[in-house]
Design a binder for this molecule. Structure first.
Ligand SMILES: [Zn+2]
Length: 187
């Protein structure tokens, strides 16, 4: 599938992103790839105003599963292992709005079919590996070095793209993100 972000979409998503809790919901995407509507819910508070995790709180938000979903991160600049798991399980496209940029990711048809055949234990192990490698790349992704983490996710069967805000400042431009071969997925 194809997603086209206008400069206004980017600004709206950036402005929507709270720094003390997550929000998440649906992006309604037209045939042309443009976002026509955003519906979202608010997660519970998980960080204080200084950005510190609140003891016992978990940063998450629950929302309906639709073909294109989005959520925000108060601090982490990459998808978590739970986020990747949700994309495989949901078989849908995910947009993640972080402090430094926008991520889009989706499991390839091959990864989806592998996941369907896995036992619960295998799925847990798979998620643990994503978690381990994600933490390994955490310092890099927090400072905007995303290529090694992206390469790992692609190698594991995800379509995944990242666009930092600093590359999306031209008000007259749009940014097109392809999640895999368009025809196969939309067919
Ligand atoms: Zn997340």
């Amino acid at each position: 599938m194809r997603l086209i972000f206008s400069h206004g979409d980017i600004w709206a998503l950036r402005l929507l992103r709270p720094s003390t809790y997550e929000i998440g919901g649906s992006l309604h995407v037209g045939e042309n790839g443009r976002i026509s509507r955003i519906d979202y819910k608010q997660g519970t508070s998980c960080r204080n105003t200084h950005g510190k995790l609140i003891a016992g709180a978990i940063c998450s938000v629950t929302h309906p599963r639709t073909p294109t979903v989005f959520h925000t991160h108060p601090k982490a600049n990459r998808p978590s292992s739970g986020d990747l798991r949700n994309a495989v399980q949901g078989e849908n496209t995910h947009v993640l709005v972080t402090p430094s940029g926008i991520w889009c990711y989706r499991a390839s048809p091959q990864l989806v079919s592998e996941w369907r055949q896995m036992s619960e234990t295998q799925r847990r192990r798979q998620k643990l590996e994503w978690r381990f490698v994600g933490h390994h790349h955490q310092n890099d992704t927090q400072s905007g070095i995303t290529a090694p983490f992206i390469a790992f996710c692609k190698q594991r069967g995800f379509f995944i793209e990242y666009r930092p805000y600093v590359e999306m400042t031209d008000a007259l431009k749009t940014w097109t993100i392809m999640m895999g071969p368009e025809k196969k997925i939309n067919a």
